[in-house]
Design a protein around this ligand. Structure first.
Ligand code: 8DG
Length: 159
């Protein structure tokens, strides 16, 4: 089972998103992150990917839940989600081209605009992660590569 991280670096009402040049989410705005390597904890993997993809070095970030992909019978992967608040004074000039794609600050109102077709599947879990202090597991059920259901269930997990 493949394990990934997804990280949302925030400054006020903006999130630093990555428009990837490569599949799976090629061309869509998404959080930064990647595969968790052997012997890494999700937290260590997340901090490494943030540094690799943005150059930003953080000591700690908040774990905000887990996304699991299933076909209803077998789980075939998961993703650990994190959120970090950068100080308002933090200076990170965008748009910037990096190896994986383009990074840019995006307003929450843009991210969650109902007409926004250029965004990854963040609408299914990010609002709850931003609004609630409790963590959840978000279970995405896919059939024939089509998302057919998303359910959330309370999660107590330390990463
Ligand atoms: N929003 C969303 N993001 C996803 C899903 N699946 C999935 O892998 N991602 C995220 C997790 C990672 O942050 C990113 C994929 O990272 P990646 O394949 O480039 O990982 P990597 O850089 O470690 O891989 P690589 O260099 O070894 O090819 O996309 C999904 O279903 N929804």
């Amino acid at each position: 089972m493949v394990e990934f991280t997804i990280c949302f670096l925030m400054k006020g009402d903006q999130i630093l998103l990555l428009n990837r040049d490569f599949p799976e989410w090629m061309g869509a705005w998404n959080g930064v992150g990647g595969k968790i390597e052997k012997d890494e904890t999700p937290l260590v993997g997340a901090l490494r990917e943030i540094k690799e993809e943005t150059g930003i070095v953080l000591q700690d970030i908040a774990f905000k839940g887990k996304i699991t992909w299933t076909d209803g019978t077998t789980d075939y992967g998961c993703m650990y989600a994190f959120i970090a608040e950068l100080p308002e004074s933090y200076h990170y000039v965008t748009p910037i081209k990096v190896a994986e794609g383009i990074l840019d600050w995006k307003d929450l109102s843009w991210i969650f605009h109902p007409k926004n077709v250029g965004i990854a599947d963040l609408k299914y879990y990010l609002p709850k992660m931003l609004d609630e202090t409790a963590n959840y597991e978000y279970i995405f059920t896919y059939k024939d590569n089509k998302l057919i259901d998303v359910k959330s269930t309370p999660l107590v997990l330390t990463v």
